[in-house]
Design a protein around this ligand. Structure first.
Ligand code: ACO
Length: 331
């Protein structure tokens, strides 16, 4: 079966950096709490006129340059986001147009923080078909616009950013373990546009389906439940993917995990008996950028000279849905 190889990476983040001290000025919190509970020190936040597809396009162009190919050689653009600028057109179409693409297939995936790993899996499945040569994955998130800055338990966690990569066919194996626990959908959500029209008899009640009261369009999280899910689902997805790849987790050279909380990664590393040093981490500087975390980590690791061809990688994401996804392949 056809595998994949990542031949180019890129990333982009908004300029403004917000520190833990900045949060202490707007909610009842402090640097010590945020650092010890989450590992986050600063995050980039979009201010002014910046939109997600614009930073996504910059990350994508960087990935194309890195791969040394033109947008015309891309047959499919996969956008991943749970914070789209437009409900339609999709992130993929918006980025494709920014890059001057003529006619690529374009599709958007919303698997929250697992979106990038779902996109890698989807790329592999398309690339196993002769019609597709190269796939551009762009993961862009402006969590800040969906963050409730009056809720101290969530607002300190999130940052904005975009990561991208160019994926091509390879004989190297690629295996994945995708799944969900949809019964946990109420633990992490943001409402979309509410129904309502001139024929409605009464205004829509957003809590009619049993989801908690939350500020309109803002992320609501039961942090403890999500934490429990993440510490259970993440290592078990990594184990399952490694089993399919016929390797032990300790044979991995790198784990590129979703960056939700440094403590989740520490717990998973212990559970998997993989040294924490093999978990690439950028959470201290970027916070949780949902589906953009993993491709930004990979782009940074590559530029730091930490990725060497032939290394065995695991990418693993988990988040709203609740969903999880892990993939094992070679750099
Ligand atoms: N500053 C100070 N105190 C705070 C803050 C804050 N920023 N936030 C919460 N607290 C308080 C709480 O009010 C609580 O006080 P109380 O005991 O008086 O009620 C106390 O700290 C402990 O709160 P907990 O929620 O139990 O804290 P916990 O140690 O669980 O940490 C956290 C909270 C960091 C959110 C953690 O639960 C977590 O990381 N959960 C997982 C998040 C995650 O993985 N999300 C992933 C998906 S994101 C996506 O898909 C977009």
């Amino acid at each position: 079966s056809v595998g994949i190889r990542i031949i180019g990476t890129g990333y982009d983040v908004p300029e403004t950096i917000v520190t833990n001290e900045d949060f202490a000025k707007i909610v009842d919190t402090n640097d010590e709490w945020i650092t010890t509970r989450t590992g986050i020190k600063t995050r980039h936040i979009a201010t002014g006129q910046t939109l997600g597809y614009q930073i996504g396009a910059r990350a994508a162009q960087m990935a194309l340059n890195d791969a040394g190919i033109s947008i015309d050689e891309i047959d499919l653009v996969i956008g991943t986001t749970c914070t789209p600028d437009y409900l339609t057109p999709s992130l993929a179409c918006m980025v494709a147009n920014e890059l001057g693409a003529k006619k690529p297939a374009c599709v958007e995936i919303n698997s929250a923080c697992a979106g990038f790993v779902y996109a890698l899996d989807m790329a592999k499945r398309y690339l196993s078909d002769d019609d597709y040569r190269n796939v551009l994955i762009v993961s862009s998130e402006l969590l800040s616009k969906m963050t409730d800055y009056e809720d101290r338990s969530t607002c300190v966690l999130f940052g904005d950013g975009a990561g991208a990569c160019v994926v091509t066919k390879s004989d190297d194996p690629f295996v994945s373990e995708l799944g969900s626990d949809p019964s946990g959908n109420k633990f992490l959500f943001a409402r979309g546009v509410e129904p309502g029209n001139p024929f409605s008899k009464e205004p829509f009640n957003p809590e009619s389906d049993g989801f908690a009261k939350a500020a309109p369009h803002k992320l609501h999280q039961d942090g403890r439940e999500v934490y429990k899910f993440a510490t259970r689902a993440m290592p078990s997805a990594v184990k399952a993917a490694c089993e399919k790849a016929n390797i032990d987790p300790d044979e991995l050279d790198w784990v590129f995990s979703h960056q939700a909380n440094a403590r989740i990664l520490e717990t998973a590393a212990k559970n998997l008996k993989v040294p924490l040093s093999k978990f690439y981490m950028n959470i201290a500087d970027y916070g949780n950028m949902s589906s953009a975390c993993i491709p930004v980590c990979m782009a940074l690791a590559q530029r730091e000279g930490k990725l060497v061809r032939g290394q065995k990688l695991c990418t693993v994401g988990f988040g709203g849905g609740l969903v999880y996804a892990a993939a094992v392949f070679e750099w």
